[in-house]
Design a protein around this ligand. Structure first.
Ligand code: EPZ
Length: 421
């Protein structure tokens, strides 16, 4: 297994080009199951999760060409509808093939995604919504067995909790259903918005895009004609590299971003005393005279994203004072806390609330272990500013969602390299 070795205390400076958003590319790749034609997709991030989903689509019979950041895919040849445990256990977002497979073929078997480090992460809301659309759902030997006679039926779906992939699954199922579906309490993340826009461009009548109530007129199982599209920039990758600038109190610019996807993150940086300059496609963070503590509660978009919680906790260890972070979305998304404490951070947990007593320059490099995607990035950020050498182990978690992270950090003068255990 690989690990990252980081020599801390380096001033950073420079520009990082942000890749396409993993969490936009995954549902969009799954949506190609609904397509009658070959589709060209650009600005695909070069991350492990994309390769996993492509492998799954290939196993189902799709044909595709993947070169660097472009994918050409045709799912006309799809002839399987079983997503096996082997694939789903490596990436829970494989659940995103459930809606489109069921809508197109009237049957499918998808391994129940297990929990993961950050929480139990059930998919009950996905299944309940599909049943309301006429599907018969059975759980057998760890598999979701879904069937429907003819087309799924349009229905009014009220999500008891806002669910990003739940909204995406139902959007895709509704696109081929017979009649109108209304999703109430829909997720509004930019990644959900892009899925709506791509489906709309493919001829699906969708209203309420970007709001919490979305209506979809289904095609009654007629496959769609997708236009070529480019994946939106990854707002979480951008936020992570801005945190690198923040924690090292350096000037760093992230390029190829949609700044308005990061309004809540920018506001929290400014609360901490950092100065940010924003233009059409880039954001630059400048040093703070003094890094101030911050209070954060994670919530659905456009609120502060849970996927930025771990990274901001790392920055908060450098603040002068006590920060409070309340993680409202996932019940176990504090796996990075014990590792940050090993680096010398002063953090206490009480249920969903973390209290971080920040002291500038207080971290000391050592060996730490990554546990999940965003926790891993928080440990890398801490290593950038810790005194001495930090080794971050099990970085296969990082490789799932960050495209060439060490290369991008080296480009802004970080002393970081990938080694073999
Ligand atoms: C998506 O996960 C993202 N993944 C996550 O990013 C992100 O953290 C999360 O949304 C929240 O923004 C992708 O888009 C591939 P949810 P998702 O369904 O859809 C509960 C990353 O780092 N819930 O919005 O799985 C659930 O347990 C990943 O890139 C149910 O109870 O999250 C959670 O507490 C990590 N039943 C809350 O809702 C359900 O049926 C939000 O989950 C579905 C969800």
């Amino acid at each position: 297994m690989d690990y990252l070795e980081i020599i801390g205390q380096q001033k950073l400076s420079g520009v990082i080009k942000i890749s396409g958003a993993k969490n936009a590319a995954l549902p969009l790749l799954a949506s190609t199951i609904l397509s009658a034609n070959t589709i060209n997709i650009s600005n695909i991030p070069n991350v492990a999760d994309i390769k996993t989903l492509l492998k799954l689509l290939g196993m189902l019979g799709a044909t595709y060409k993947h070169d660097d950041t472009n994918i050409t895919i045709n799912t006309k040849t799809l002839n399987q509808t079983k997503a096996t445990y082997e694939i789903v256990k490596t990436m829970r977002a494989s659940i995103l093939v459930l809606g489109p497979l069921l809508a197109r073929f009237g049957h499918c078997e998808v391994s129940l995604p297990g929990g993961c480090a950050i929480g139990q992460r059930p998919v009950d809301l996905h299944l309940k919504a599909l049943e309301q659309m006429g599907a018969k759902i059975e759980i057998k030997a760890g598999y979701i067995q879904a069937t429907v006679d003819g087309a799924l039926k349009g229905a009014t779906i009220v999500f008891d909790k806002v669910t990003v992939t739940g909204t995406e699954n139902i959007l895709m199922a509704a696109a081929l259903a017979n009649g109108k579906t209304t999703i109430i309490n829909a997720a509004k993340e930019p990644e959900v918005v892009q899925l709506c826009e791509v489906l709309k461009d493919a001829g699906v009548q969708i209203d309420g895009i970007g709001t919490n109530t979305i209506t979809i007129e289904g095609s009654n199982k007629e496959l769609l004609n997708f236009k070529p599209f480019s994946i939106i920039p990854d707002r979480i990758e951008a936020g992570t590299y801005l945190c690198a600038g923040a924690i090292a109190n350096s000037t760093v610019r992230v390029q190829n971003v949609e700044p308005n996807h990061l309004d809540s993150v920018i506001a929290k940086f400014e609360e901490m005393g950092f100065v940010l300059s924003v233009d059409e496609t880039s954001i630059t963070i400048h040093p703070a005279h003094e890094i101030k503590p911050v209070n954060i509660t994670t919530t659905e978009y456009p609120g502060f994203p849970t996927d930025m919680q771990a990274q901001f906790m790392a920055v908060a260890t450098m603040a002068n004072g006590v920060s409070i972070i309340d993680e409202k979305l996932f019940e176990n998304r504090f796996m990075h806390v014990s590792e940050l404490i090993r680096l010398g951070a002063d953090i206490t947990l009480n249920g969903t609330v973390a209290t971080i007593k920040g002291t500038p320059n207080s971290l000391i490099g050592t060996d730490v272990m990554a546990t999940d995607l965003r926790a891993s990035s928080a440990l890398v950020l801490a290593g950038l500013v810790a005194n001495g050498v930090t080794k971050v182990h099990r970085i296969y978690h990082l490789d799932r969602g960050y495209d060439r992270l060490e290369e991008k950090l080296k480009n802004i003068d970080a002393q970081i390299k990938r080694e073999q255990e």
